[in-house]
Design a protein around this ligand. Sequence first.
Ligand code: PLP
Length: 489
Amino acid sequence: MTSDQFSSAATEAIQDITNYYDNISERPVLPSVEPGYLAKLLPTSPPTQAESWDKIRADMESKIMPGMTHWQSPDFMAFFPASSSYPGMMGELWSAALTVPAFNWLCSPAVTELETIVMDWVAQMLALPECFLSKGKGGGVIQGSASEAIVTCMVSARERYVTRTLEKEGVVLTEEQKEDRSAEIRSKLVALATKHTHSSTHKGANIAGTRFRSIDTSLSNAFALQGHELRATIEKLKSQGLEPYFLTVSLGTTNTCAVDDFASIAEVKRDYPDIWIHVDAAYAGVALLLPEYQHYCKHFSTFDSFNTNMHKWLLTNFDASCLFVQNRRDLTDALSITPAYLRNNFSDQGLVTDYRDWQIPLGRRFRALKVWFVIRTWGVEGLRAHIKHHLKLSDLFVELIKSRSDLFSIITPPSFALTVITVNPTLQHQAPKPSTTKAEPRAEHTVPYQDSHVAVIPQQPDSKTLELANANTKKVYEKVDQSKKVFLT
Ligand code: PLP
C-alpha cells in the first residue's frame, strides 16, 4: 500500500467508522452467530496472491460485523463500561503510525517523557497524595490492564518481602545459599483479597507462585473489608507459619462497587509495614476527579500502589491502565535485568526513566498519546462533567427502579454509578415483602449495566418479568443514547 493508497483507504475507513458510530443504535447489540461461524466464511489457508483493499474493506461489514458485540452501543448493558472517544482513537492511530516499542528512554525520548508528564497530570486530577508523583520517589506508568498492574505489583511485593526478611535475618550467605533461602521464604507467602475483590488478585498470586487466601466480608458492611477482619486473617496465617505479603483493597469492587474501609486497614498496615497494599480502583478510580469523592485518598499515602483504568470510564480507548507507586525502586529492584544490549549511557548514569523496568514486557506501546489527547480535548472540567453526567443517569436509573418495586428490589444502594438490583421472580405487581434474611447477590448471574449500573438477576426470571423489566429501563437507555452522542462530538 503506497502513501496515496493509504490516504484514500484511511479516509474511507474513517468514514466507515463515523457511520458506524452515527448509526450504532440501529444494530442489534448481540451477534446472532453460532460458534465457528467465521471459519465457514473464510478460507482455511492464507491467500497466495495479494488482495485488493476494496475486497478487504468489504469483508469488514460482511464477515466481521455479524460476529461483533457492539460494546459502544447505548443498549449494551453487560460487564462494565469500555470507553471509546474520537480523541482516544486519534491517539491509537498515531501510536500505530509511529510504532516505537520504547522500552528504554533512548528508544524514543518523547514516549517516556510524555508518559511521565501525563501520569503526573492524572495523579493530580485524582488528588492522589504527592508521594505518587514522579518528583519524589514515586511515579506512574501506563499498563495494559488492571490485572497486569496487580501482577506487576505482586511480583515486586514478593521480592521486597524476601529482601527485607533476608536483611532482618542478617546472616551472611553465599549467592547460592541466598537463592535457596529466598525460595524458602517465597514458599510461605500469601496474597490476600476479599471474596468480592476482582479475580485478578487470585490470578496474580498463581502467576507469582504464592498462596492466595480470600477474606469474608459481610453485607452488613456493604461487602467492604474492615481492619479487624484483615488483622484476624493475618494473625491466623502467621500462627500457621505463613506470611501475608500482599493485599488488594478495592475502591469499587466488581460485583457491588464496595469500597473497603481504608482508615481501619491503614491502621493494620502500620503494624505490618512489610505487607504491600494495592488499591484496585479499576472502574471507580476516575470518580476521584470529583472533590466529593477525594476524601477516599486520605489514607492512600499509607498504601503502596494505586491503579485505575482510564479505558473503563474516562473516554480513553482500551488500553490505558494507570498504575501509581509510592516507591518506584520497589518495581525496578524486582524487574530490572540489564543485559549488554539494553545498556546505554543515559540509563547507566541514572539520568532517565526506562519503563521496561516498571512492567512485565520489554516493549511497550505509545499509550500516553491518547491519554494526552483525551485530557487536552476535555480539560479537567470537561472530564468532571462527563463523570457527573453518568452519576445523574445513575440517579435516574435508581428512581425508575424504585418506582417499580413490584418488579425490582435494590440489593446494594448506589455506589459511584452502580446499583445492584434484582428482578423480582414473581409477577404479582405488589411490593415485595421485606426479607428477614439478607441474601448475598449471586455474582455468577451479574448483568452489569453500561454507564454503569449493575443488575443482579435471579437465575431464571420468567419471560414476562424480563419483558416488563426491559420496558421500564428503556427510558434510561434513551438518555444514555443521547449522552453518548454528546460525548462523542
Ligand atoms: N478490578 C476491578 C475492580 C474490575 O472491575 C476489573 C474488570 O472489570 C478488573 C480489576 C480487571 O480489569 P482488567 O481487564 O483491566 O484486567
